[in-house]
Write a protein that binds this ligand. Structure first.
Ligand SMILES: [Zn+2]
Ligand SMILES: [Zn+2]
Length: 482
């Protein structure tokens, strides 16, 4: 079975993959509660001969599906969680299926099934060629605002991998050499004394005052941190009514930094501000550390390998109907294709991009295979792929699954998730990752080179960022979900 045979095999089975992806799109579920999605994927992998272990690392929707034996051990990390409030019909005008309901506004239905298809493609090749190797698909919950992979990492589930692959839907198609920031998800809850706010305010100690003073303190701290640091918050409990001194208030923080040590350092400074505001207001501060993820460690050896495979798979092309769908989405979003390309500059792509963009300017969807344009760029977002990528060499691939410049976490991304445009991006990623994994089996040197780079860019041992006494939340499936 040569590489072209693998590509054809994946093409012949495309309908099975799009069926699962569309089913997950139609049943969007929030993090740690992806019972339907987890079941759909695990059941399919079991039908393909994979051995499935459910409920791993303390998360009911996390699972591992494994096929084969011996070295190398190649992992594909899939996701399947949706986002709240991003319900959207598969159409180019904004209209939710369920008002304020969840939706796949980050395309994780495509992400998970793309990785699953790559795993199945690799299994097909290994079994036909009778070559040694283990394929492992990780069903990873709660990437959005959670940390499924980070909990899986802490449980040691990635420790024996040789390499890992992951892909994410995007506006462009390239293998990433960029990085991002790690994050700590923390709540600070203050406990004060209630009183009648008009009649006896001197008897009250306001927990809301503590929250507000903490935010003021953090906003001054913002001036004296490195440029990569991001500090953002929402007040999740600010009291009941103005005439009651709030005895309880809570603020929810995301604290982000690129360097893991700096993240620990900045978090300690935020804690000092929280303690200070408790002291000022004579309230008690309670810290709730929910989860954390580390910044990603790109791997140039694997990214270059993926680029070579992407060129074999070829550019993604679109029908007139698909382009028309994208033009309508652009109209709704209020920008032209030129402006859409401008928006992509937030990726801080390398200078070569400008010349490429000039050629692509009239295309509302860009399916061209591009080199790794984000080398050296540190984005402001976070993903739990970071903790996988700090344990084992990992390659993160972007493929085009929606109109150029569509905002991440938007109705537009949900709208494309069950269309042929989304399916094409998903299959392109599956093919690229399957071929790259085959090369890793055929050329063990590649794995050694990837590890040499991995060790040189992360000389100090990686430390999982989640404290030992913090565990993921557990939910029960609603009836009739499976
Ligand atoms: Zn997202
Ligand atoms: Zn995402």
């Amino acid at each position: 079975m040569n590489k072209q045979d693998v590509l054809q095999w994946l093409d012949r089975h495309q309908q099975e993959f799009t069926r699962i992806s569309d089913a997950i799109w139609e049943h969007p579920e929030l993090g740690y509660r992806e019972f339907f999605a987890s079941h759909q994927q695990a059941e399919y992998l079991a039908s393909q001969g994979f051995h499935v272990t459910h409920d791993v690392a303390g998360m009911s929707t996390a699972f591992i599906a494994e096929w084969g034996s011996g070295k190398p051990v190649i992992g594909f990390a899939g996701e399947f969680d949706a986002l709240g409030g991003l319900s959207q019909k598969s159409q180019p005008e904004q209209e939710p299926v369920v008002p304020d309901g969840p939706g796949h506004g980050c395309g994780h239905n495509l992400l998970g099934v793309g990785c699953l298809a790559a795993a199945v493609g690799l299994k097909q090749w290994l079994s036909t060629e009778r070559v040694s190797g283990t394929v492992r698909y990780y069903g990873c919950p709660a990437e959005e605002g959670g940390a499924g992979k980070t909990f899986m990492q802490r449980a040691g589930l990635f420790n024996d991998l040789d390499v890992a692959f992951n892909f994410h839907p995007s506006s462009l198609t390239f293998a990433s050499k960029g990085s991002d920031v790690g994050v700590n998800h923390m709540r600070f809850r203050f406990h004060g004394k209630t009183a009648h706010a008009g009649g006896a305010p001197h008897l009250g100690r306001s927990a809301l005052d503590a929250v507000e003073l903490m935010n003021v303190g953090v906003n001054y701290l913002r001036e004296h941190v490195t440029g990569d640091v991001r500090l953002h918050y929402v007040i999740t409990d600010g009291g009941r009514a103005p005439n009651i001194v709030p005895d309880r208030a809570e603020v929810w923080y995301y604290i982000r930094a690129h360097d893991p040590k700096n993240l620990v350092h900045v978090t300690e400074r935020v804690r000092k501000v929280a303690r200070g505001s408790a002291m000022m207001t004579e309230t008690e501060m309670e810290e709730i550390f929910e989860s954390a993820t580390s910044s990603t460690l790109p791997n140039g050896v694997l990214a270059d390998l993926q680029y070579e495979q992407m060129k074999l798979v070829g550019d993604i092309t679109y029908t007139e109907a698909e382009l028309e769908f994208a033009r309508k989405v652009h109209e709704q979003l209020g920008f032209t294709p030129e402006q859409a390309l401008k928006r992509l500059e937030s990726f801080q792509l390398k200078p070569e991009w400008r010349a490429m963009a000039a050629e692509l300017v009239h295309q509302p969807i860009i399916g061209k295979v591009l080199p790794s344009l984000d080398e050296g760029h540190i984005g402001g977002g976070s993903t739990d792929v970071g903790d996988l990528s700090r344990t084992v060499p990992c390659s993160m691939l972007w493929t085009t699954c929606y109109a150029a410049g569509s905002p991440g976490h938007s109705w537009a991304v949900t709208a494309f998730g069950a269309t042929s445009v989304g399916h094409k991006g998903m299959m392109h990623a599956a093919k690229t990752m399957a071929l790259a994994a085959i090369e890793c089996v055929l050329q063990p040197d590649l794995i050694q080179q990837a590890w040499a780079e991995f060790r040189s860019v992360q000389p100090e041992p990686y430390v999982n960022p989640i404290p030992a006494d913090v565990f993921p939340p557990r939910y029960q499936p609603e009836t009739n979900v499976l």
